[in-house]
Write a protein that binds this ligand. Structure first.
Ligand code: C5P
Length: 396
């Protein structure tokens, strides 16, 4: 329930993507939001107001001259009672009206009279989107501080393939959740390593660590929500990349090391969440290794470079944060690592608490000692870490 207590005013305009707005209402409500819908006359040609009324549990505003509305100040109240006004889908025509302050129907009047932030999810045919008039209008919206969600590129209802498709309801909900997060890392560049690394023995076998990558991905999402420009450097994982995050896939510790050190000097923050293999086979067999009777197979291992320690030792390092997953003596091991790697903050957790799941129990270790966090979902803990990092950046 990421939108608990949020009141969303949803404006639906006339376009085939209006049918997706029905699912959008359902998903917003599922996240705890309350939704009040207003539709343009042409939107009602695609989906009936009854659909939105049933899904939102609220009556739907359509007609400016509806005498049944006892409060004829509806255009003032609509957004005053909302935390955000979201227009999805937003037609080219509606965007043009917002750009020029035109208020010639109920929804455009509500939009002009708003007192809350406005978010707009365009949906139109690619030629309409690319038309210079639309592009000028969109630039005007951006200049007015209005948030554009999408559009996406893809197959359109008319058969064309290009920009103009409305974001999927789930993507709009994700963007709404991000919108409400404080922008604590606005404009900061954050590099995060995540997941395990895989150290090849031969073309089909290797050594790896147990790591789902979930914590690193949650931190990437939280940093992005906070306004950072996020690069997620990950080993082999099967996690969905958070929206707006640049993902770089690597396999081995050496690849992760080379990429991380190439990027780190230009970053404000480096967070090492990856479970990097400490050792790799000294040589990688070119062909699949065959069994030799019952004989054991010795594999000589050499140490991998410590990525975090090397980033922290750069001449002007980014703010470095490490992780310390331990099976015992958490505080002792975590603080020892923090001092050895010369980093200001290390996040400790016991492997039995957080491995592979969606929740974790974490403790911050720094110069002042330890601060346990309330056990919780990885995304909530990630947001607390982002808050702590923002404080540390402020002290730099
Ligand atoms: O030394 P240890 O592996 O226990 O330290 C864990 C921390 O160091 C994590 O933040 C991990 O991402 C980072 N690390 C690294 N490169 C390694 C080993 C660990 O960046 N080779």
């Amino acid at each position: 329930m990421e939108l608990s207590g949020k009141r969303i005013a949803l404006g639906v305009t006339g376009g085939i993507a209006a049918y997706k707005a029905a699912d959008l209402v359902r998903q917003l409500i599922k996240q705890g939001a309350s939704v009040q819908v207003a539709m343009t006359e042409s939107a009602t040609r695609f989906v009936t107001p009854i659909t939105f009324q049933a899904l939102s549990g609220n009556s739907v505003f359509v007609d400016q001259w509806d005498q049944r509305i006892s409060n004829n100040m509806a255009h003032i109240q609509f957004s005053r009672e909302a935390d955000a006004l979201l227009i999805a889908p937003a037609s080219a025509n509606f965007i043009a009206k917002v750009a020029h302050g035109i208020a010639d129907d109920l929804l455009s009047t509500l939009t002009l009279a708003r007192t809350c932030p406005l978010l707009v999810a365009p949906a139109m045919n690619m030629q309409m989107w690319e038309n210079p008039a639309t592009q000028r209008n969109v630039a005007t919206l951006r200049g007015d501080g209005i948030t554009l969600l999408g559009p996406a590129r893809g197959e359109q209802a008319c058969g064309d393939h290009g920009y103009g498709r409305m974001l999927e309801p789930g993507e709009i909900v994700e963007d709404m959740i991000a919108f409400f997060q404080p922008k604590r890392l606005k404009g900061k560049k954050v590099l995060i390593t995540a997941g395990p690394t895989f150290e090849a023995i031969d073309p089909v076998r290797g050594i790896t660590n147990l790591s789902s990558g979930k914590m690193g991905f949650a931190i990437a999402k939280a940093a992005r929500e906070a306004g950072a420009c996020v690069t997620l450097l990950c080993g082999p994982v099967s996690q969905l990349t958070p929206r707006g995050v640049k993902r770089i896939d690597v396999t081995s510790a050496l690849e992760m090391h080379a990429t991380a050190l190439g990027l780190a000097p230009s970053q404000d923050v480096f967070i090492g969440v990856a479970a990097v293999a400490d050792y790799r086979p000294k040589t990688v067999a070119k062909n699949k290794v065959k069994k030799d009777g019952n004989a054991p197979l010795p594999i000589e291992l050499v140490q991998n470079p410590d990525i975090l320690a090397e980033v922290a030792a750069l001449p002007t390092p980014p703010l470095c944060v490490g992780f310390s997953a331990e099976s015992e003596k958490l505080a002792e091991h975590a603080q020892k690592k923090r001092l050895a790697k010369k980093i200001p903050l290390i996040v400790g957790n016991l492997v039995q608490d957080g491995f592979g799941g969606d929740t974790n129990t974490m403790i911050f270790f720094d110069d002042h000692g330890e601060t346990p966090l309330p056990p919780g979902r990885k995304i909530d803990l990630a947001r607390l870490l982002v808050e702590r990092i923002a404080q540390l950046l402020g002290q730099r």
